[in-house]
Design a binder for this molecule. Structure first.
Ligand code: GRG
Length: 298
């Protein structure tokens, strides 16, 4: 498939995700309207939608229905958006720019930003319980559990806690990897895991292999994020560039340098592609998306 085919597919998924999120979020006409307005500000009209793209690409492997995948994609994107809103707050990363716009606590206020995160997280779980995502109710329970673990203290929130505690310290490569497998990687891994489970049953070995792919893509996303933070400018990223060094944060770039960090990302990409080769044409989009994540400029 040509690059233009992939680009068209990406735009199509991004647009249907935007439309699905638009429907899933409460209207600002509904009380409390300021909170609903802020939730919509946090979620709509921005972001690369990498996690929804991963869920849809993974769903191709098990021939999942696009409607089920939309639901998973929306729930994960709501959790991702909540994490960004909270991460940007003065008590955490204290940032003023996100997705090319003022951050939620700047545009609204701190209390609203806190509530936006709370409400988006609970809406995500409400959303994936309001329709069948699998022919098996038992499997759907497992998917909800998987998303809860990926978001909580043994996943993203735990990774964030380690990140906050590691500012100004020297981490070893395994410690950095542990932090990012949780902070950034867990939700990316869950995007693939939940996407795949929306479709037909796969063999246990196939699920384990795709879980490995999710873990690798989650980490390589972060390696590339560290490189972009060091190399790209604020206008291109739509968020403040160079923050890691300014905040004395350990990163793949501070530990390995840009050249070696890039080589590591390429190595991880190849590992994921090798695993995906076993799934033939059904994994075409996920393979293309993996390459896109490594080569992205923002
Ligand atoms: C507050 C519980 C809690 C967790 C925050 C994900 C996270 C944990 C913080 C974000 C900080 C950060 C910049 C992490 C690096 C990787 C990352 C998740 C970048 C943002 O994700 P993208 O690039 O963003 O997918 P868009 O805007 O495209 O959706």
């Amino acid at each position: 498939m040509t690059n233009s085919g992939f680009n068209q597919w990406m735009t199509h998924i991004q647009e249907r995700t935007e439309a699905a999120l638009e429907r899933a979020l409460p209207s600002p006409d509904l009380a409390p309207s300021r909170l609903h307005e802020a939730m919509r500000y946090a979620v709509l009209g921005g972001g690369k939608r990498v996690r929804p793209l991963l869920a849809h690409a993974a769903g191709d492997i098990s021939a999942a229905s696009p409607e089920r995948l939309d639901r998973v994609a929306c729930a994960i994107e709501m959790i991702h958006a909540y994490s960004l809103v909270h991460d940007d707050m003065p008590c955490m990363d204290d940032d003023t720019l996100r997705r090319g716009k003022p951050t939620v606590h700047v545009q609204f206020d701190d209390a609203t930003a806190l509530l936006v995160g709370d409400a988006l997280q609970t809406l995500a779980f409400q959303h994936i319980t309001e329709a069948a995502l699998s022919d098996s109710a038992q499997r759907q329970l497992g998917m909800i559990r998987q998303l809860a673990i990926a978001s909580g203290s043994r996943g993203m929130a735990g990774g964030q806690a380690i990140d906050l505690a590691s500012v100004g310290t020297q981490l070893s490569l395994p410690e950095l990897e542990f932090m990012h497998i949780h902070k950034t990687g867990a939700l990316i891994r869950a995007s693939i895991g939940l996407g795949v489970q929306c479709g037909r049953d796969l063999h246990e070995d196939e699920l384990a292999s795709l879980d490995h792919v999710g873990k690798v893509i989650g980490l390589l996303f972060q390696v590339v994020d560290d490189i972009l933070d060091a190399e790209a400018d604020t206008a291109t990223l739509g968020k403040t560039a160079g923050k890691d060094a300014a905040n004395d944060k350990p990163t793949y770039v501070s530990l390995l340098g840009v050249t070696q960090a890039r080589a590591l990302a390429e190595e991880m990409c190849q590992d994921a592609l090798d695993r995906l080769a076993a799934f033939g044409n059904s994994a075409k989009r996920l393979s293309e998306l993996t390459r896109f994540i490594v080569r992205r400029q923002f």
